[in-house]
Write a protein that binds this ligand. Structure first.
Ligand SMILES: CC(=O)N[C@H]1[C@@H](OP(=O)(O)OP(=O)(O)OC[C@H]2O[C@@H](n3ccc(=O)[nH]c3=O)[C@H](O)[C@@H]2O)O[C@H](CO)[C@@H](O)[C@@H]1O
Ligand SMILES: C=C(OP(=O)(O)O)C(=O)O
Length: 415
């Protein structure tokens, strides 16, 4: 079984370039189904979730070709076939096929999605949105069946701020004539990215990035060319790793404003973060203060980064608290960190970290994508060699993680 090996204890130094955002890419690929002509997506990350999604579209009859970091999707051969299981179970974002196929073919049969196991990941708000647009929704044998003879614009208030539901409703509404209004929408940068693509295709979308989004759809959407925004979670992972190893790293190809929740917390604990136009320089030192983190929808601190941040805080003398308000069970990395010598107790939604203990290299297993990022961060901090299993999770979402870390001076290799 392949594993990542890290000989820790070396400060990271140098420059690293961030790839396109995973959480945009996995929504933009199904969005290409909505157009009547080909779409080109640039700055695509080379990660497993993207490969699987491209294959899903091929299985449905689309022509999908990749050249470097550009993906060409010609959706003209797509058939609205049922997808009860198989590849769609390998990623959470396959639920975007519900909105895209409903909009394009008036029906969709999609098995309940996979992705990281972070505790319950309900889709009731997606379904509430489809129903408001006029669709019938039924659950049969682990699949969601969505169908409509005619969709119409509607006003939809989301009971919880959900990135997935906001995007899925935008996809479903983009070919619907009339106005759809999503209230209490999520405001993540990836939502603006999807709205930008849909607008380039011909939908009229106002308010993406605020909590009220208005969509005036169009029966005929045209393919377009779109460049994906930088991955703020990948960028944050390198910022955290730089601070954790007391290194000095320039993280390039970022939108610094997207990183503000992370930069603010790093500065609060005593890390120097310098802002460039499209880069951030993170300079670590030996004088950090413990801090508390609470994850919240954007622009709050992202749930996806609380796991690697927890590893960083194990190296900070004193008591830090990390509370995940988005996912109740996103703490599966904690047992593994404790095996490496950390002192962390999970109390409900909060990890209580008594920092300052030194970590030592141990065989550990990543149980989900960002647990993997947490263990890699811990491996970089630890004395000795850390062996990380469960690479299939890490490869879902990080392009060339080991190559990028090696270019920063880390001793990392696959075995
Ligand atoms: C708001 C938030 O931080 N979203 C994060 C979440 O998005 P992801 O799209 O996975 O999750 P959502 O934003 O949809 O869900 C946010 C919260 O709403 C709940 N929920 C969601 C949909 C629904 O129909 N019903 C419902 O109750 C979820 O259980 C969760 O507690 O994880 C992604 C991957 O880790 C991150 O990139 C997103 O930034
Ligand atoms: C949990 C994540 O991914 P997914 O929602 O695709 O499982 C993530 O990106 O951190």
């Amino acid at each position: 079984m392949e594993k990542i090996m890290i000989k820790g204890g070396r400060p990271l130094h140098g420059r690293v370039t961030v790839s396109g955002a995973k959480n945009s890419a996995v929504a933009l690929i199904p969005a290409a189904i909505l157009a009547d002509s080909p779409t080109a997506i640039e700055n695509l990350p080379q990660i497993k979730d993207v490969e699987i999604f491209a294959d899903i579209l091929r299985d449905m009859g689309a022509s999908v070709t990749r050249e470097g970091s550009e993906l060409q999707i010609d959706p003209r051969g797509i058939r609205g076939v049922p997808m009860p299981n198989g590849k769609i179970k390998k990623l959470r974002a396959s639920y975007y096929l519900m909105g895209a196929l409903l909009s394009r073919f008036g029906e969709a049969v999609v098995g309940l999605p996979g992705g990281c196991n972070l505790g319950p990941r309900p889709i009731d708000q997606h379904i509430k949105g489809f129903e408001a647009l006029g669709a019938r929704v039924a659950h049969k044998e682990g699949c969601v069946h969505v169908s409509a003879s005619r969709l119409k614009g509607a006003r939809i208030y989301l009971d919880v701020v959900s990135v997935g539901a906001t995007i899925n409703i935008m996809l479903a509404a983009s070919r619907v004539e009339g106005v759809t209004v999503i209230e209490n929408a999520a405001k993540e940068p990836e939502i603006i990215d999807v709205a930008t693509l849909l607008a380039s295709m011909g939908a009229r979308i106002n308010g993406a990035g605020t909590d009220v989004i208005r969509i005036r759809g169009s029966r005929s959407l045209k393919g377009c060319r779109h460049s994906i925004i930088p991955d703020r979670i990948e960028a944050g992972t390198y910022m955290i790793a730089a601070a954790a190893t007391r290194g000095d790293v320039i993280v390039e190809n970022v939108i610094p404003w997207h990183m503000e929740p992370v930069s603010a917390k790093l500065r609060e604990m005593g890390v120097e973060v310098q802002q460039g136009d499209e880069s951030l320089r993170v300079k670590g030192n030996g004088n950090y203060r413990p801090i508390d983190i609470k994850t919240l929808p954007y622009p709050g601190f992202p749930t996806d980064l609380q796991q690697p941040f927890t590893s960083l805080l194990t190296g900070v003398e004193g008591l830090s608290l990390v509370t995940d308000n988005i996912y109740s069970s996103r703490f599966k990395h904690v047992d593994e960190l404790c095996r490496m010598g950390a002192d962390i107790r999970v109390d409900g939604r909060t990890a209580v970290i008594r920092g300052g203990k030194s970590l030592h290299g141990t065989p550990v297993r990543a149980t989900d994508l960002r647990a993997g990022a947490a263990l890699v961060t811990a491996g970089l901090m630890a004395e000795g060699v850390t062996e990380i299993f469960g690479l299939e999770h890490i490869d879902r979402g990080y392009e060339a993680l080991d190559d990028k870390l090696r270019s920063l001076g880390a001793e990392v290799w696959r075995k």
